[in-house]
Design a protein around this ligand. Sequence first.
Ligand SMILES: [Mn+2]
Length: 287
Amino acid sequence: MELSADQVVETFGAAADENRMAPSRHEQVVQLPPEGELWMTGDLHDHRRNFDKLVKAADLGGNPQRHLILHELIHGDHYDAAGAEESWITLYRAAELKCDFPGQVHFLLANHDLAQIHGKGIMKAGLSVCEAFTKGVKRAFEKQHNVVTVAISEFLLSLPLAARTESGIFCCHSMPTDDQIDAFDFTIFDRELTGPDYAQRTGPVYQLIWGRHMSPATVDKFAEKVGAELILTGHQPQEMGHAINGDKHLILASDHNQGVFLPIDLAEKYDLETLVGRLQKFVALDV
Ligand SMILES: [Mn+2]
């Protein structure tokens, strides 16, 4: 794939505009329609085979009623010998998909996105994955890497925090921890965001997308505050593709062969057990 910096900057810019201006977006939340379908995914982390399968199976062109939620696309296993990581390619392909189907493709801001915007903050085997990502952009675009890096950051900053269905399902990357939930600033969903919202540890956006191991009691509080009955997230790795946390929270992972996605009928009401029964494994997807 030979891509010019101009083309990549143009696509990320157009996709960012689509993210910001979407009629379905209300401040930081995408409101999904009362009918149609939603395919919810978990973290993808540059799993290209799953991304290809998902795009092919979803056939958004042939299924205009179908919506797709994507999150945590970057920072995967595609490294070259010099330590450059190439997940910008999958992010670019997702941005293209957004441009092709702006009303059907939705993103959720994830912690790896925020770390990449800052250019630091996540280590893997002693190496900074954010620096490796930047190195991948540098290698691909050489002298023009700066404009591409800026376009990627602006695209990531344009991602909404959550999506909700009329049937009471709320999708976000993660939730605040047990320690943070009582003081958590829920106004982030309904207003413009500023610098302090992203601040490490203290910022509510940071808390939302970095939180782990929240108890079912915390999930109950979160669900009540956002007016939802069920919460779908990713973020916490799942070897078998999913995990159930209490009776309102389903965690999905889409970044390996046993990974899953969840097709939902937007006109139906679900309980957690029924949702679990609808999970589809990527390994079983024959496309
Ligand atoms: Mn995450």
